[in-house]
Design a protein around this ligand. Structure first.
Ligand SMILES: Cc1cc2nc3c(=O)[nH]c(=O)nc-3n(C[C@H](O)[C@H](O)[C@H](O)COP(=O)(O)O)c2cc1C
Length: 206
């Protein structure tokens, strides 16, 4: 295990095709979820929950939904984008052995969440930090993670019995991998390229 923080950050990839299908060892899962749960959160609200989905039928039902949403997106494309998208795999729901669905509970943290009065999204940002911790910890454990967002929230709520006031934020595929690609899939398939850091850095003013 190479846990050097910069090495892990740069080695992390969104994984779809490289899952081996082997189970995630219990001790690894405990450490990865522990890393997620150690994330910073606005007002120490810890507004996340983690739904662990192993059941094949549930994952199959989600996968079928993802395929339908893939078709919805594909229908919005034209020309060469249609062809490029057709070659891109967008999930590893069935190839990985475990899905971790991360949710957001805006009611967590009491009535006065310190730091959220002016920016309601700060709760959602906190959940995303938990997800990133999970992603990096899994990478350090030589596991792959794939974030799937081709879904409608009401469908996932119904499928997993998530209460109406709770938002599903991410469906994450998690599991051992054959290997991790050095270059993001979207770049390898010519969909988009990463931009240089200097294009994102501004000095003094936007
Ligand atoms: C919020 C979010 C949603 C994403 N949804 C999907 C998805 O539905 N399917 C997919 O294949 N990748 C998804 N990704 C992965 C991105 O495509 C990926 O992070 C990006 O192309 C950069 O590649 P890398 O993560 O390997 O560096 C998602 C990533 C994020 C942060």
């Amino acid at each position: 295990m190479n846990t050097d923080i910069y090495h892990v950050i740069h080695r992390r990839r969104d994984v779809r095709a490289q899952f081996s299908g082997e189970p995630v060892p219990d001790d690894v899962l405990e450490r990865v979820l522990g890393a997620a749960h150690a994330a910073p959160s606005v007002g120490l609200s810890q507004p996340w929950d983690f739904v662990l989905v192993r059941d094949r039928d549930t994952r199959q039902a989600f996968h079928d939904h993802v395929q339908r949403e893939r078709a919805v997106f594909a229908a919005s494309l034209t020309g060469s984008e249609t062809e490029r998208f057709a070659r891109i795999k967008i999930d590893g729901v069935l190839e990985s052995s475990l899905s971790v669905v991360v949710t957001y509970d805006a009611g967590r943290g009491g009535t006065a969440v310190l730091g959220r009065h002016a920016i309601a999204d700060a709760g959602l940002y906190s959940v995303c930090l938990a997800i990133q911790n999970l992603w990096l910890a899994a990478t350090a454990e030589n596991m792959g993670v794939g974030w799937v967002s081709f879904y409608r929230e009401p469908f996932v709520r119904r499928l997993l019995g998530i209460p109406a006031e709770i938002r599903p934020v991410a469906w994450l595929c998690l599991g051992p991998v054959f290997h991790v690609e050095a270059v993001p899939d979207l770049e390898r398939h010519g969909w988009r390229r990463r931009v240089a850091l200097r294009t994102a850095v501004h000095h003094e003013r936007w």
